[in-house]
Design a protein around this ligand. Structure first.
Ligand code: GCU
Length: 861
């Protein structure tokens, strides 16, 4: 147990302290997410709680309001240790009263809140017949549920309920998540285990997790879930699959979540056996109609289809000379009588672009393809648009097509799963990134048209619109892999409900509900969350260059030049002279001309170009001076060092929570933050060394390429280990590492020549997806560290994905000591090593403890 570990040598004293202080740390897996309903300990809140009613009456006993009633009972019992009595009619005493507008009207006319739109709610305390009725009134059944969750969240965050009076409406009708689950049970870009929906080609036998997921979604107002990959299997439309989907829909229904699926446009051919999938062919149309009929026969509240077509190898209407509108409308017309909608993704581009063509530009694709079709879509078609024109990068400008569709409904696609943003190994709170897109004012028609107002349907009076989050939760207990990643799912729902909410407000709510109302906990977690995106941007890809990850493989660690010289079009065109894509109208690809004039003008001119996006829009020399006064190259160095330092700070900050939250989540997050701070250094060094060799310009602070504290494995005395080149070279220190092949175990040994003192000893090694090599570190003959490389990182070789650091804190080193690492390979993983870093501890008073003598220190150790 962590507390026992923390007791160290002061066991008796510690026991005494433990007895005096209430124990907060019990194990939690994270499965409850933000719906933990932790006991409310704040005495002030407890006093308020005396006034809470003891009973609840539900005026509508249909499934969704029933969930609301059960949730209220569950939440109050868990938070306040009281069991609400369930009444059938309005009792002659204080009570919670739940119902839709017409029911409230009948039972308690004094309480009517005025007109409530579907899915809206109002919360109020009404005094009638001498009693206080806590009314949760919904514009419809979902509204009752959303209102109940809101009230419970207010209790859970210890808000003052004395003057309860709140009325809320969702920003837009579409608040969906997409899951990229494959029917074999894997998840494309999923980082939390296997699918909760599918296994082995069919819907799972046990779909209970899907109901729990729907409850989480409903609690933040999400009303739809597309359960399978946008790279869809035609088998999704088979009769057996539809039967399975109906079972998932049954789990979703009590939570007001509508099920939808992604469909492959060639399904009539591959599944239906037709010779064509031309969307205008009558047989094709008849085939789709039969599938839509079959779906609605079993799932009457089926939400609709999501379509990815003519994109990254997916079949599409272009094969028959048809447009996206032809394909979308054909399906939309069938869905319409049932209230279904058709989301057609604007992520359509040619991934075989000619890199030598200076006018070729992937970013142009969505506008070039969809703008001419504006006004040609049925009114239940929604074009689903990623926030930026490329692909979920750490920073992108907003996609200009948002302003290019005046007569077509639009939804913004955000990515909750952290594909390009650390893949649930790095803590990256994405709400500030999304807010920047949503708040961006495209200034269409010379008036304010923020992206939020466009997708809400307000700016251009669209019939529909909204928010889609690619969520990709998995079977892992905590849904998203990294406990802090759940803040992104929570935040997606909250922003979709109300894009005006601030990042800080969302972070605070989530932290209080997920961890604790303790101010120390709240401020520490919020601090990490709110700084995490900038830190990640700092150590991965700054100035709008893109994430700089390996775009050809895992999209995880540094793989800088993988973006160049191929057809994928994620180019940044770096050479010895300069860096950045010229997307200007004057000399570049003309992409900037796709924005409304005011925005285009701002981006076209270097004088008004924001630094943060410079390299997305302009090609500039490495020594070009930014508005912030630094050159591009020096800023690149500085940002990467600052980002890595911030990541290290997160780890230090988190340690403040030891004992303030449960041990299990404390330790899990700590381990991840330790890993992140090491991987941030891998990123920093890879990008900085690459930029230095590309530009030929050294770091004016002398850091890049100079690592006096490092001892390279290839320079150590090796027994069994052999030296190998690492590609790309910048992903290993000195471009080389060592591997233990054909041996039971190998050794790398070095003599420490530095000054005697206390040090943190970092061992940089590579941890492949498979294989669990073990490492043992000896100081002279003494074993000082041992671990297994059992992380599941997304590569099977030495590179920026797998480079990892183990730090042994507080090691007393004397000049002349021998440091020896023993590596034992496992499977295909040859216990690979890169270097060791000996980092002097300057200000650790607890370690120095009155004596600077390493002799004294070493005997103590
Ligand atoms: C990214 C991602 C793919 C995904 C695609 C999409 O390119 O890497 O896995 O299929 O986006 O959004 O369609």
């Amino acid at each position: 147990m962590a507390w026992l570990r923390r007791c160290g040598g002061f066991f008796m004293l510690c026991i005494a302290v433990m007895l005096a202080v209430p124990v907060t740390g019990h194990a939690e897996t994270g499965a409850a997410g933000w719906l933990r309903y932790a006991a409310i300990r704040n005495p002030e809140t407890l006093r308020r709680d005396q006034a809470l009613p003891a009973g609840v009456v539900l005026l509508d006993r249909s499934p969704v309001p029933l969930s609301a009633e059960q949730e209220l009972v569950r939440g109050v019992r868990s938070m306040l240790d009281r069991t609400l009595r369930i009444d059938d009619t309005l009792p002659e005493e204080d009570a919670f009263v739940l119902g839709t507008a017409s029911e409230i009207e009948g039972a308690l006319p004094q309480a009517r809140a005025g007109t409530l739109q579907p899915e809206s709610f109002s919360l109020s305390v009404v005094h009638a017949h001498g009693h206080a009725y806590w009314v949760i009134e919904g514009g419809d059944a979902r509204g009752v549920l959303y209102g109940t969750f809101r009230l419970l969240a207010k209790m859970g965050t210890e808000q003052d309920l004395a003057m309860l009076h709140d009325s809320e409406s969702p920003s837009a009708p579409i608040r969906w998540v997409n899951q990229w689950d494959n029917i074999d049970g894997s998840i494309e870009r999923g980082y939390a285990g296997r699918s909760i929906f599918f296994d082995n080609g069919a819907v799972r036998e046990d779909v209970s997790r899907t109901g729990e997921y729907a409850r989480l979604l409903a609690s933040v107002g999400i009303d739809g879930c597309t359960v399978n990959n946008v790279n869809a299997s035609p088998k999704m439309l088979s009769p057996e699959m539809i039967g399975g989907l109906a079972r998932i829909a049954d789990e979703f229904r009590p939570w007001g979540v509508r099920l939808s699926i992604s469909v492959a446009l060639n399904s009539p051919q591959t599944l239906g056996g037709l010779s064509t999938f031309d969307p205008l062919n009558p047989q094709v149309i008849a085939w789709w109609q039969s599938r839509v009929d079959a779906l609605y026969a079993q799932i009457p509240d089926f939400g609709g289809f999501v379509v990815k077509a003519d994109s990254e190898g997916q079949p599409g209407p272009s094969q028959y000379g048809r447009t996206p509108a032809d394909a979308a409308n054909m399906l939309a017309r069938m869905l319409k009588p049932h209230g279904g909608i058709l989301l057609y993704r604007a992520f359509v581009y040619n991934h075989h672009l000619d890199w030598n063509d200076m006018k070729a530009d992937r970013a142009r694709a969505a506008y070039d393809i969809f703008h001419p079709l504006d006004g040609k879509f049925e009114d239940n078609v929604v074009v689903q648009i990623k926030y930026g024109p490329i692909d979920f990068q750490v920073r992108e400008p907003v996609s200009p097509i948002f302003a290019g569709l005046r007569k077509t409904s639009e939804a913004i696609e955000l990515q909750v799963t952290q594909e390009y943003t650390g893949q649930a190994h790095h803590a990256v709170f994405l709400i500030p990134l999304w807010k920047e897109s949503l708040d961006f004012d495209l200034h269409a028609d010379n008036r304010s048209t923020t992206v939020a107002s466009i997708v809400e349907g307000k700016a251009f009076h669209h019939a529909l619109g909204g928010f889609v989050g690619v969520a990709n939760v998995g079977l892992d207990a905590n849904w998203m892999g990294h406990p802090l990643s759940m803040a992104n799912l929570y935040g997606f729902g909250r922003l979709a409900w109300n894009p005006e909410l601030t990042s800080a407000a969302i972070a605070e709510e989530w932290t209080r509900l997920t961890f604790s109302n303790n101010p120390e906990v709240a401020s520490t977690v919020d601090g990490i969350l709110l700084h995490s995106w900038h830190a990640y941007e700092g150590y991965t890809g700054s100035l709008g260059i893109g994430t700089l990850t390996d775009i050809l493989h895992a999209h995880y660690g540094p793989g800088i030049e993988s973006a160049e010289r191929n057809g994928w079009g994620q180019w940044f065109r770096a050479d010895h002279q300069g860096v950045g894509m010229d997307r200007t109208v004057a000399t570049g690809t003309g992409y900037i001309g796709q924005y409304p004039p005011e925005v285009a003008k701002r981006y076209e001119s270097l004088a008004t170009m924001p630094d943060s996006l410079l390299l997305f829009f302009h090609h500039v020399p490495w020594n070009y001076r930014l508005h912030n006064g630094q050159t591009v190259i020096q800023y690149t160095y500085n940002a990467h060092y600052a980002g890595a330092e911030e990541a290290a700070q997160f780890m230090t900050d988190w340690k403040r929570l030891d004992g303030l939250i449960d041990d299990e989540r404390y330790q899990k997050v700590l381990d991840l933050l330790i890993y992140q701070s090491g991987h941030a250094v891998v990123w920093r060094d890879a990008v900085c060394n690459w930029a230095k060799s590309m530009s030929g310009i050294p770091d004016d602070r002398g850091r890049v390429g100079h690592y006096p504290d490092r001892i390279e494995a290839e320079n150590m005395k090796l027994t069994g280990y052999t030296v190998v080149d690492v590609t790309p070279p910048e992903t290993a220190s000195g471009a080389k590492g060592v591997v233990c092949e054909g041996q039971a175990s190998c050794m790398a040994e070095t003599v420490f020549h530095g000054a005697s003192g206390w040090y943190d000893l970092g061992v940089e090694y590579f941890d492949y997806r498979s294989g669990d090599s073990t490492f043992r570190v000896f100081l002279n003959q003494q074993l000082i560290g041992e671990w297994t490389a059992d992380n599941t990182l997304p590569a099977e070789r030495m590179n920026g994905d797998t480079s990892s650091r183990k730090t042994l804190d507080g090691i007393p080193l004397r000049t002349g000591d021998t440091i020896r690492i023993e590596g034992t390979p496992d499977g295909n993983e040859p216990a690979p090593l890169d270097y060791i870093a000996v980092d002097r501890i300057v200000s650790r008073t607890d370690k120095a403890a009155g004596s600077n003598s390493p002799d004294a220190a070493q005997t103590k150790h």
